[in-house]
Design a protein around this ligand. Structure first.
Ligand code: AP5
Ligand code: MG
Length: 219
């Protein structure tokens, strides 16, 4: 059983690394942003409400977010663990998650913080393309798809996120520093924080994450 959190600024590589780790250790990747985008594409009331915050680069309110994630974590595929990508993002969310897991005799094992300089984040987000079907991220120069415009895994159509516009990216970054950075301390106090240099190639970062996890988890 293993519950892992991926932390990092917008564009740090949470989705990319959670996807690699998910294949490596066989646990599902649960991405709050993907769940909100899916709900907004489906046009549900909560999906459209979430979109109004996402398009401004703001966080979706805690109550909507924790409700959505609790429902997702309650599904059978998460019973023996998962990799959380993009959740928690506020101290309140981190505390709710700790309590919810504790009630089931579970806990977060590690929180991986991928550190990347701001100027690199902006470059990554402006070149990002995502699969509309399976959400796999690509990058125009650092990880282009084999066939332009198509996902390597499922052949789905690639698109650019509406919140990757420059002004929205700036807002997302400032929200990250104000609301999410404080939770690093929460996991540090629990001796669960692993800091990884995210300013390497994708495989280099993946290798660093896997060796840090091997070093900190009992085999
Ligand atoms: P979310 O979807 O979580 O977006 P984010 O945190 O802003 O992060 P990104 O998905 O943009 O970046 P990433 O770290 O996953 O990077 P990626 O791997 O794609 O959230 C979106 C919105 O939803 C929020 O703004 C908020 O409104 C709402 N939301 C979500 N969760 C919430 C919560 N818990 N509470 C409240 N609101 C919430 O990589 C980026 C690009 O870089 C890709 O093109 C990739 O190919 C490339 N790349 C990755 N790694 C490398 C590398 N090592 N070298 C070179 N290129 C790389
Ligand atoms: Mg992501």
């Amino acid at each position: 059983m293993m519950y892992i959190i991926m932390l990092g600024a917008p564009g740090a590589g949470k989705g990319t690394q959670a996807d690699i780790l998910s294949r490596e250790i066989g646990l599902p990747r649960i991405a709050s942003g993907d769940l909100f985008r899916q709900a907004s594409e489906e046009g549900t009331r909560s999906g459209l409400a979430a979109k109004s915050y996402m398009d401004k680069g703001l966080l979706v309110p805690d109550d909507m977010t924790t409700k959505m994630i609790s429902e997702r974590l309650g599904r059978p595929d998460c019973a023996s663990g998962c990799i959380l990508d993009g959740f928690p993002r506020t101290l309140h969310q981190a505390e709710v998650l700790d309590r919810a897991l504790e009630e089931q005799g579970k806990r977060i094992d590690e929180a991986i913080y991928i550190e990347v300089p701001d100027e690199e984040l902006v470059k990554r987000l402006s070149g990002r393309w995502l699969c509309r079907t399976c959400q796999t991220p690509y990058h125009a120069t650092s990880s282009p798809p084999e066939t332009p415009g198509r996902c390597n895994k499922c052949g789905g159509e690639l698109y650019q996120r509406s919140d990757d516009r420059q002004e929205t990216v700036r807002e997302r970054l400032s929200v990250f520093f104000a609301q999410t950075v404080p939770i690093l301390d929460h996991y540090k106090k629990q001796s669960k924080l692993i800091r990884v240099n995210g300013n390497l190639g994708i495989q280099g970062v993946a290798g660093a994450i896997i060796s840090a996890l091997k070093a900190s988890l009992p085999s």
